[in-house]
Design a protein around this ligand. Sequence first.
Ligand code: ATP
Ligand code: MG
Length: 369
Amino acid sequence: MVIFDEVTKIYPGDVKAVDNLSLEINRGELVVLIGPSGCGKTTSLKMVNRLIQPSSGKIFLNGTDTDELDAVELRRQIGYVIQNIGLFPHKTVAGNIAVVPRLKKWPQEDVDKRVNELLNMVNMDPKLYRHRFPNELSGGQQQRIGVLRALAAEPEVMLMDEPFGALDPITRDQLQEELKRLQQKLHKTIIFVTHDMDEALKIADKVVIMKDGLVLQAASPEEILQQPANDFVRHFIGEDRLLRRPEQVLVSEVMLKQPVKIEYYKGLRQGLVRMREESVDSLLIVDNDDKFLGVVDVRDIQANLDNRKKRLRDIMHAMPTVDVNDNVKAVVKLMVGNGIRFVPAVDHKGHLKGIVTRSCVVNFILDYM
Ligand SMILES: Nc1ncnc2c1ncn2[C@@H]1O[C@H](COP(=O)(O)OP(=O)(O)OP(=O)(O)O)[C@@H](O)[C@H]1O
Ligand SMILES: [Mg+2]
């Protein structure tokens, strides 16, 4: 529907506002451009309706090079919600909404009908609001009118530049919901600019993260959360929003780092004392070098307590281990597959580094829900 093909914009003074942008936006898709102030979001939008001319590269609308279209006609075809609302202060609500339909010379009757229809769509009673001026509306209502004005002439493509930027969080939330609802009904192709990551993740089909005129990552919200392309993206999203799949989480991140362990040559009573001290019913047995050898549980000790010659090494049994660099999924598989309650975690030389218990796994899952 909208294709940016290697588009660059250099402003006088050698400011590269947009750097070789290539991006495909499909029909009915809501794509969010996001990035720090000055990264080229508004410039990218304005090149679509030719309010700004690219220095190089092409933008296609429905397969047609926009350079070949009449700029004024092009702008009427595309809905545009500008940064900071930008309603005409001397026009009424109805007058603002009707700007493009009037330019397109719709019959007055159709214009009136359309204005009423749009106001009803956002639950603003036409009888109450048609004749008001922008300064007689709340910020949120002004924003709604800004959006309705862009929708008025039924454009297929909408450009929205931080349309909800100046609103309080509750009103913003409401308008985001409204936009999502409208989008489900109207299936417009929307390019939406914001620097609010929550907003982007909430409304976008595709998020395009920009910095210094460059696209760092363009992907679905889910993909971005799971696989941020680099540290900047990771930081920009915020660590606490990142979702990681069990495949991406290492054993070393979830394991308990102080497993209860004891040397293999110790006696059974020493083992029991250790268990009591630590309130555990199993001990991990290690050699002098801290290498994992096996496991002993309280029943093994009780069954052998009469035999004074036995050491822990004589009654311990083998147990599967995981590497600290394995992923959590491998551990869960091992635990479920073998019906075991815990798994010792070792390094590549077999040194005992930790233990993964069922509660480690549960805590990990809860953290990411
Ligand atoms: N007319 C202009 N002349 C020169 N430089 C400009 C012009 N318009 C924008 N710039 C510069 O181009 C860069 C990108 O600007 P743009 O308005 O696209 O950023 P933005 O991502 O929309 O930022 P914001 O989040 O603050 O709205 C900035 O460095 C800006 O200073
Ligand atoms: Mg901007």
